[in-house]
Ligand binder design. Structure first.
Ligand code: PEP
Ligand code: MG
Length: 525
């Protein structure tokens, strides 16, 4: 007989997963001192890179040996090792500070009259990349594939670092279905239940997570698991209605786009989709080293642009802060959602923005790239960001690196920005971020189980504000779309259309339902 216990919470709508429990760390109390952006990790990565280089020298022919020896010399030189130490960002992220200081150092090489010195710039960049590659191997502590993560909450970085291809799920005592992790879990079809209260299990206990019903069964009988699994119809919710090409135009002017967190999600996007309305670039970053790695960013944006061909790819600048922490930038925030987040954090740490700006300016020549600024509150944030993009474009031009200035738009997710939209003449387009707009309108954190019922009552206030915002955008002659979760809410679609919205960006698995909803709206059935 089964000693199964049933705990009730809220599911993310995804389905079932069974597996052994893995009781994870509390993301709110886990020390971040050992993240890969700290000075010790950087020093260790330099030592490891020196070791790798020496091993290479032993097996290289003389010309390569010269280059490698030059790199070892540089990496062993205290002036180079400590080059970032005086920068304002050094305390928050030693890796980023080091990379940024090296950038300026390399620029000095590049502007030299002496060709030999100019040529050395490449070697310094290569040396930097070797150190970053070592740091890239430093991932957050993972947990066994196929297990059910159990905890108070789960950090997006931990979710992203984990291999979900072997199955598994998430059971949280707190959390919210509107959190970023819940969004990621939906995008990757990982069953998740939040708001379960205390979960009295130890590592290894068998669990059954039901993301549709929103419950967790502790120690289910074999028969219960088999019976539950047999009821699941894989991919039923993502299937495309017959005769309908997902994402193709419904009316003359309705556009359907997708929200993604990584180009590897594009394989699941049905053909015919009209582009990427939101690439949350912060989800590409799995370590502090990634933040400093321009080449890696350029490659990933390039992958998305290659997939899209002529279609638009809207990359949002890093929306770090709030519940998305990486690299120690969030250190002393008492109210992270109201503090240094999104564009505020980037402008406070311009080195971070400059790396991303260079990667984006370079990627813009590969296709129809647009850049979206998160958490914009006042116009000066646009002007300052444009200034930094222009400066980086100039540096790239001096280096004869191909680059292009992309269109620059802003998320409308702070109520003050929505109300004062007509002040933002300096942007090229707008995108409504209703997930954050809801939390700031209702003064109810999107990741708090305690106030989730308030958060879930945001719709009337949201719609009133959206109507007025869309009107202002139309008067300004600027395109406006919606990329928050409300865009995929079937019950709100007719009202969103009535507000004048014509561009919808939703998670890939919601495209089919969006398309069906738009068809119904069009035919009045
Ligand atoms: C939003 O706030 O609605 C949004 C699309 O961005 P995110 O969910 O990443 O904050
Ligand atoms: Mg947002």
């Amino acid at each position: 007989m089964s000693g199964a216990r049933n705990l009730l919470g809220q599911g993310n709508g995804v389905g079932l997963a069974a597996g052994p429990a893995h009781v994870g760390p509390d993301p709110f109390t886990t020390a971040t001192a050992s993240h890969s952006g700290d000075p010790h990790s950087l020093a260790a990565a330099m030592e490891a890179a020196i070791g790798d280089l020496k091993a290479l020298i032993d097996v290289s022919e003389p010309r390569s040996r010269d280059v490698l020896e030059f790199q070892v010399e540089m990496l062993s030189d205290p002036a180079i090792r400590d080059i970032g130490i005086e920068r304002p960002d050094a305390e928050a992220d030693a890796v980023l500070a080091w990379v940024s200081a090296l950038e300026e150092y390399v620029a000095g090489f590049e502007s030299s009259e002496d060709e030999d010195i100019r040529a050395r710039a490449v070697d310094v960049i290569d040396m930097r990349n070797r150190v970053l590659a070592v740091l890239d191997g430093t991932k957050p502590a993972d947990f066994p594939a196929g297990s059910i993560f159990v905890g108070i909450d789960i950090a997006p970085s931990l979710f992203l670092a984990h291999d979900w291809s072997a199955g598994g799920g998430i059971a949280l005592s707190a959390g919210s279905t509107a959190s970023h992790v819940a969004m990621l879990a939906r995008a990757r079809s990982v069953p998740m239940v939040v708001g379960l209260g205390p979960i009295p299990v130890e590592d290894g206990v068998r669990l059954l997570v039901d993301g549709r019903q929103g419950n967790l069964v502790v120690d289910p009988a074999d028969g219960d698991v088999a019976a539950a699994m047999s009821l699941v119809t894989p991919a039923a919710e993502t299937s495309v209605p017959r005769g309908l090409s997902v994402g193709s135009k419904i009316g003359d002017d309705i556009t359907c786009l997708v929200n993604i967190g990584h180009p590897n999600e594009l394989a699941a996007v049905p053909a015919g989709c009209e582009g990427i309305g939101l690439l949350r670039s912060e989800f590409l970053m799995t370590s502090a080293a990634d933040l400093a790695d321009e080449e890696r960013q350029y490659r990933l944006y390039g992958e998305a642009l290659h997939w899209a061909a002529e279609r638009p790819v809207t990359v949002r600048l890093l929306d770090l802060g709030g519940d998305k922490t990486l690299g120690g930038f969030d250190a002393a925030e008492r109210n992270p959602f109201l503090g240094l987040r999104g564009i505020r954090l980037l402008l406070a740490h311009p080195d971070l923005l400059r790396v991303q700006a260079r990667a984006l300016l370079r990627a813009a020549v590969l296709g129809n790239l647009k850049v979206l600024l998160p958490m914009v509150t006042v116009e000066s944030e646009i002007a300052e960001t444009r200034r930094i993009f222009a400066q980086e474009a100039e540096i790239l031009a001096r280096r004869h690196v191909m680059a292009r200035m992309p269109e620059i738009g802003m998320m409308v997710e702070v109520p003050a920005a929505a109300l004062m939209l007509d002040r933002f003449d300096a942007v090229d387009f707008f995108s409504l971020g209703t997930n954050d707009l809801a939390q700031y309108l209702m003064a109810a954190a999107r990741d708090s189980a305690a106030v989730s019922s308030l958060y879930n009552q945001a719709r009337p206030a949201l719609l009133r504000l959206i109507r007025q915002t869309v009107l202002m955008a139309q008067e300004m002659g600027k395109p406006i779309g919606i990329c928050g979760d409300l865009a995929g809410d079937a019950e709100t679609l007719a009202e969103l259309l009535a507000c004048g919205l014509t561009q919808f960006s939703v998670a890939p698995h919601q495209l089919a339902a969006l398309k069906t909803g738009l068809e119904h709206a069009k035919t009045g059935r």
